[in-house]
Design a protein around this ligand. Sequence first.
Ligand code: C5P
Length: 299
Amino acid sequence: MSVTVRVPAKVNVQLAVGSARPDGFHDLANVFLAVSLYDEVTVSPASSLTITCSGPDAGQVPLDRTNLAARAAELLAARHGLSPDVHIHIAKDIPVAGGMAGGSADGAAALLACDTLWSLRSTRAELLSICAELGSDVPFSLVGGAALGTGRGERLTELEVGGEFHWVFAVADGGLSTPAVYGEFDRLTEGLAAPAPAASPALLDALRTGDAPSLAGALANDLQPAALSLRPSLADTLQTGTSAGALAALVSGSGPTTAFLTKDEESAGSVAAALLASGTCREARVASSPTAGARVVGA
Ligand code: C5P
């Protein structure tokens, strides 16, 4: 008996970052959109907790208890007085350490998979509270679609999306550490008065109407200067995608993956080809949004 859960990556169409809080986290207005790049997480009974990972970038995925999928199994088991004796297999397709919440996605997927395997029937609220404990982006991976995250990003309000958006994601060589990017944000903004982060009404409107040119005009990522400061070569990738016809370009979350919004699927194909040909990225992936959150696809 095994259970498989499919879970999407995310892009932040707005990431408004406030100043650092006493607990070290930053208050955010974080507008998440789930995109059609997926990991699949399969759990099956085992004599102890083990993890394996497959896929081209599997070598970069930690296979110890720091993996959010392992922590999800442990947290859920502890809440029910169980022992987390499962084998977790991650079929990895989401870029690793890329700012697309791949690790968070695996945490949400393992949680849902274990809940199903152990027949616990946790409520959505119970699962969301464990997700929030696992990390700021994990609740969104469970919910999918589009949502505004406030607090440190974990308090979600689901958003309406009136159409399909087309994207290209340029995968860079090597990852960027999220804490390092927030640290660089603090350094770059030191001494500046940080406004309270708030969702942009124009951006929410563009999502509601499904209008790609309006969304392009409203895309914003406060972490982008910090990611560019740590990885200056990303500026060339952004420029290449916009020159090739993308409506807009931005760093995805804390990077180093860059995201390009295009007017349709065909344009996404040509932007992806231009990005690959330029040599400014390792890989260019075409995807659309929104898409559903973590879902059981096999049991
Ligand atoms: O919540 P998560 O474990 O994904 O966060 C990883 C790191 O990102 C945190 O340790 C912190 O350095 C930074 N972070 C932050 N403010 C947030 C979310 C994350 O400073 N709202």
